[in-house]
Design a protein around this ligand. Structure first.
Ligand code: NDP
Length: 322
């Protein structure tokens, strides 16, 4: 089979399209013909070495596809089933293996491509606003990168809960997309300072929560917007890692809470995974969220997908099609 491979960390040039051995499903595993692989910032952190991963590797973790073969002991799925997973290690490939317990069935009416586009970012947005900080109706919150994959879904979920949503974007086109997601106040941070823009509307220290996947560039300013006992949910670092932080600041800035969550903890077992996936599906079926596939790339063009994501050229979800 063909796959994208990484044998040393670095820029997008380390992503190589190569023929490699097709993996075999071990006990409890499925071999999947990938229909679509989701592109996530995580793969950029792995590729560039921000997060360590043993070399060489095939990038990717999210994908959907058709079961081609099952290992011994698998009873949950059969050959021909359409499944998706966020634990599909090496999903930037024509085929990949996954533990059957970490896969979910894709219901009729949902394409593999849309499932691959929904699973990771949809479940992330879901745990962020329901668990990491459980938003309440009438809460004021800030969601950075409102036209991005996670950001646009998170805005829709926050609106469904009844919160008032501020969001940041870098272009007019992205502002339009955040608007279609239902954001109440959209700030183009290239033109306007986002803290001043928010304070002009709601005054100083008014937000119940800040959802920050941007990191280094936005973290400090976000803290200054929180109300006493407000919560900073730092869930990523697309602009760079937040430097070490003096916990004393949480006291002086108003007994703030801070959390640095990751999806893995919120789908730790089969039951939690299925429950959260079903909750996201229900929100889609009831029309509360629509998922925007912003960009489709051929699998062998994964390099381009990474370059576009890193240089802020993308909106919504990116998928790779073998
Ligand atoms: P996005 O589609 O949101 O892309 C990143 C966006 O961040 C850009 O489009 C850009 O939007 C904004 N941005 C601001 N500054 C920069 C910068 N210096 N370089 C690049 N982008 C910048 O990506 P995803 O939806 O895939 O992921 C969003 C974040 O969520 C990432 O940090 C990711 O790691 C994190 N994540 C965390 C998870 C968790 O469980 N903790 C799970 C999944 C994702 P704009 O141009 O509008 O500023």
């Amino acid at each position: 089979m063909f796959a994208i491979t990484v044998k040393r960390v670095g820029g997008s040039e380390v992503l190589e399209w190569k023929k490699i051995q097709t993996p075999e499903p071990a006990e409890g595993q499925l071999l999947i013909d990938i229909v679509a692989a989701g592109v996530n910032y995580l793969e950029i952190y792995h590729r560039s070495g921000i997060y360590e991963k043993e070399l060489p590797f095939v990038p990717g973790g999210e994908g959907a596809g058709i079961v081609r073969d099952v290992g011994p002991g698998v009873t949950k799925f059969s050959v021909g089933d359409l499944v998706a997973s966020v634990d599909l290690s090496g999903s930037y490939a024509e085929q990949a293996v996954v533990d059957a317990k970490r896969a979910v069935s894709i219901p009729e009416g949902l394409s593999g491509e849309l499932a691959a586009a929904t699973l990771l970012q949809g479940m992330t947005a879901h745990y962020l606003c329901h668990d990491a900080y459980a938003l309440q109706a009438n809460d004021l919150c800030l969601i950075h990168a409102g036209a991005g994959g996670v950001g646009r879904i998170l805005i829709q979920m926050a609106k469904q809960i009844g919160a008032t949503v501020f969001t940041t974007v870098s272009t007019k086109e992205k502002a339009a997309l955040a608007h279609t997601a239902g954001a109440d106040h959209i700030i183009n941070y290239v033109k306007d300072d986002f803290t001043q823009a928010i304070e002009q509307v709601v005054g100083k220290r008014a937000l119940a929560a800040v959802y920050d996947g941007v990191g280094a560039a936005t973290f400090d300013k976000g803290l200054t917007l929180l109300r006493p006992t407000g919560t900073m949910v730092l869930f990523g670092q697309s602009s760079g890692v937040v430097p070490p932080f003096d916990l004393g600041r949480l006291a002086t800035e108003g007994s703030l809470y801070i959390t640095r969550p990751t999806l893995t903890s919120f789908i730790a077992n089969e039951k939690a995974l299925e429950r959260r996936f079903n909750d996201v599906l229900t929100l889609m079926q009831e029309g509360h969220i629509d998922i925007q596939i912003g960009h489709r790339y051929r699998l062998k063009d994964a390099r381009q997908a990474h370059e576009d994501l890193e240089s802020r050229r993308t909106t919504g979800k990116l998928v790779l099609i073998p």
